[in-house]
Ligand binder design. Structure first.
Ligand code: ADE
Length: 263
């Protein structure tokens, strides 16, 4: 996977991406990263790449020409026109599925905006994907580009070690991950759930699956609509609804569960 990032702050991208797992993958040659400083394509030669917005209003707009020139230089070098992701709060919201899909590409270009955005005309010419990382506004597209590259990198074969690839599978089967514990068995008076110390793998697996379901119900209930529940899952859900365990659900959660079980 070759990442190309068009930005006004290349050092931010380089520093972030050369750290931790992505840094190791770049060093191993599993990923490559090239940043393009848009400022180097300033028309005036003094590094200025923004101007006032037509129609007035606050802030500055990144001009079309420097962005387009930076892009043209890049595609000439790559020898093809890869998908170009423009990071914007107006885009489609990034999710795991999109990460998996983008991981199939050989080359990806990310375009990071600043100020009040980029002249729409150049976006019409070069952007293939408009992507937001969530419903909040950041000062620029660099962090969103890094968020996307990080999650796409995880899907690239070899980037995660065998041990790491089992981790962080928060969206496996549309369920959130179960809670994890490590030594000591009692920490400041708080005990690890006894089943995890039992050595009974079947019971441990069952407990983990139940906890995943419970967590998903509490934080992201809508994800449960896509989960294929088996008999034992349903038994656990019915017990929850009947207040048989220590968990107490809110009325809202109960009503959601009742509908879910009716399917
Ligand atoms: N640029 C500013 N905020 C953003 C967001 N939430 N997602 C993607 N790009 C952005």
């Amino acid at each position: 996977m070759n990442f190309y990032v068009m930005t006004l702050f290349p050092e931010m991208i380089e520093n972030g991406m050369h750290t931790s797992i992505t840094g190791r993958a770049i060093a191993k040659g599993l990923l490559s990263l090239e940043t393009v400083n848009i400022r180097a394509y300033s028309e005036t030669g003094n590094g200025r790449i923004d101007d006032y917005p037509y129609g007035g209003g606050a802030g500055m707009v990144m001009q079309a020409e420097p962005v387009c020139r930076a892009y043209e230089g890049l595609v000439e070098k790559i020898g093809s026109r890869p998908r170009l992701v423009y990071l914007t709060p107006q885009g489609r919201v990034f999710d795991q599925r999109m990460a998996e899909e983008l991981a199939q590409e050989e080359n990806l270009i990310f375009l990071c905006g600043h100020y009040e955005g980029i002249d729409e005309r150049v976006l019409e010419e070069i952007a293939t994907d408009f992507v937001s990382i969530g419903d909040y506004v950041l000062t620029g597209g660099e962090l969103p580009a890094m968020v996307m590259m990080d999650s796409i990198s995880r899907m690239v074969p070899g980037v995660l070690s065998n041990q790491e690839s089992g981790q962080f599978e928060s969206f496996q089967g549309n369920l959130l991950e179960y809670p994890q514990y490590s030594r000591p068995a009692v920490w400041r008076g708080k005990e690890v759930p006894p089943v995890l110390l039992s050595g009974h793998h079947g019971n441990v697996d069952r407990w983990r699956r139940d906890q995943s379901i419970l967590r998903t119900l509490k934080s992201r209930p809508e994800l449960l609509l896509e989960v294929a529940f088996d008999k034992k899952d349903r038994k656990f859900l019915r017990a929850l609804l009947a207040d048989e365990g220590d968990e107490r659900l809110t009325e809202e959660q109960k009503s959601f569960l009742t509908k879910l079980l009716a399917f």
